[in-house]
Design a protein around this ligand. Structure first.
Ligand SMILES: Cc1cc2nc3c(=O)[nH]c(=O)nc-3n(C[C@H](O)[C@H](O)[C@H](O)COP(=O)(O)OP(=O)(O)OC[C@H]3O[C@@H](n4cnc5c(N)ncnc54)[C@H](O)[C@@H]3O)c2cc1C
Length: 445
């Protein structure tokens, strides 16, 4: 890539957000260039592993006509495993319709899903240029007019080449460097506003995923791991089944890693040593190891979603709901909304913030905005109620152990022990306070 270029729309970043925005614009007949720093879309991306059918269908309605879907397994059983030091309480849900009806979610690898979506973007006419890093934004008369890339203009002009467009869509993911340069956020994020998650993909011998997790070949399990998984700190782990492997990961706020002196890989090693998990994963071979940040700045940290000639989508805008493991779908929805606003701006020949505000308006009417607002106190709630991760998983495991194992003791005695356990670990006033706090949090106060 050399020289300067001019397009209707330039998209920065080939994750689900950028690819979705690019597809919408190209399908409407606009000339679109998508710049991706990786060797291909998905090459530099890492996530836990669940993608949501509804969001993908809203972009690719003929998804099910694909010969080979870009997924691993349909998710047919979902829930939480609440870990104590040695035990686990499993709360999962499945029902027949999840096995027989169209799957609502799939496990997937980004190195397969993103290139597939990139293929759809190319089909729509998007010019996807990999191995190009956008280094700065271009401005003209106070508005954004494109980007500068890490390629020379020509052999005798070493300065960064310009890619011009009246609309730039920034979908750079969590690092939001360009979002800041575009003036959409005033500052970098703080360590308590992002989570760091580490993940391994562990290959199991053929047929073992089915055997160990009680699944058929057409079924998949996706569970979040709470309690001992994060050493009792606010955060969670995950275990998702792929065709012949398992994705296992765990994450904490970046600030907690720093404050507690925990090394990310040690956290994951600790999780793998848990007796329940180590048995399930025994003999597995590590195929992949990686770490990635998750934006958790939430409602209060929402950037301006658009400015003159520019919009920001997906993780770069902080559109993640960690409680419900939603990220890729919010990226896709926001990409679609921004893409539509870019088309509208081109129809009107007006690329001002007022014209692109169509995106922000659609966003404010969407469930993404409502959810972000509803859970705006999540970070504070987690920080102030760490015992939900520390004490309750342990209590729950102990209570169920006492209740469910016949111990040759009078049940009255067992109930008294359970009662004493609650009183000792949290106290009755503490229990009541937690109950009220949880209620207030869930009511969105
Ligand atoms: C550990 C982990 C587990 C997760 N689990 C799930 C899950 O199970 N389900 C779910 O829905 N979501 C999950 N998420 C969240 C989800 O991955 C993100 O919300 C989603 O990927 C955001 O998409 P995006 O397109 O905005 O950003 P990204 O997917 O991060 O894509 C950004 C792209 O921009 C490129 N880029 C960045 N800067 C530049 C530049 N200067 N020039 C050119 N290219 C650039 C990057 O290479 C990348 O390809 C998880 C995230 C993590 C970290």
């Amino acid at each position: 890539m050399r020289g300067d270029f001019s397009y209707d729309v330039v998209v920065v970043g080939g994750g689900p957000a950028g690819l979705s925005a690019a597809i919408v614009c190209a399908r409407a007949g606009l000339s679109v260039i998508l710049l991706e720093r990786g060797r291909f879309s998905g090459a530099k991306n890492l996530f836990g592993g669940v993608v949501y059918t509804e969001s993908i269908l809203s972009l690719v309605p003929d998804l099910f006509s694909e010969k080979r879907l870009p997924f691993e397994r349909p998710v047919t059983e979902e829930g939480w495993w609440i870990l104590s030091e040695n035990g686990v309480v499993k709360i999962t849900h499945t029902e027949e319709t999840r096995r027989t009806g169209p799957p609502r979610a799939y496990t997937a690898f980004r190195a397969r899903f993103d290139p597939w979506l990139e293929g759809r973007a190319r089909e729509a006419g998007v010019l996807v240029v990999p191995k190009v890093r956008v280094v700065d934004v271009l401005r003209e008369g106070g508005r954004m007019s494109g980007v500068l890339v890490d390629r020379p203009r020509s052999w005798d002009r070493p300065e960064p080449a310009e890619v011009r467009a009246p609309v730039t869509i920034i979908s750079e993911g969590v690092n939001r460097i360009l979002t800041r340069k575009a003036g959409l956020v005033p500052r970098d994020f703080a360590p308590e506003e992002v989570a760091l998650s580490v993940k391994e993909v562990i290959q199991l011998p053929k047929g073992e995923v089915e055997k160990r997790f009680g699944l058929s070949e057409e079924e998949g399990l996706a569970v979040e791991l709470i309690g001992e998984a994060t050493l009792g700190l606010p955060g969670s782990g995950f275990l998702y089944t792929n065709t012949t492997s398992v994705s296992l990961g765990v994450g904490l706020f970046l600030s907690d890693f720093a404050e507690k002196g925990i090394k990310p890989y040690e956290l994951l090693e600790n999780l793998k040593r848990h007796p329940v998990l180590s048995r399930l994963l025994s003999g597995g071979e590590i195929l992949e190891y990686g770490a990635h940040l998750i934006p958790e700045w939430g409602f209060e940290g929402l950037p301006r979603l658009c400015g003159d000639g520019v919009m920001v989508v997906g993780d770069a805008a902080g559109l993640v709901n960690p409680l419900f493991r939603e990220g890729t779908n919010l990226a896709i929805y926001s990409g679609i909304m921004a893409g539509k606003a870019a088309v509208f701006a081109h129809e009107r020949g007006d690329f001002s913030r007022a014209a692109l505000y169509l995106y922000e308006e659609a966003f404010r009417q969407s469930y993404i905005y409502r959810d972000l607002k509803y859970f705006r106190k999540l970070k504070r709630f987690l920080r102030e109620n760490r015992h939900f991760f520390e004490i309750y998983p342990e209590i729950l495991n102990q209570v169920l152990h006492l209740y469910l194992t016949a111990q040759g003791r009078a049940k009255e005695e067992v109930f008294r022990e359970i009662f004493t356990l609650f009183r000792k670990k949290r106290g009755l006033a503490g229990l009541l306070r937690d109950f009220l706090r949880m209620g207030r949090f869930l009511r969105g106060w």
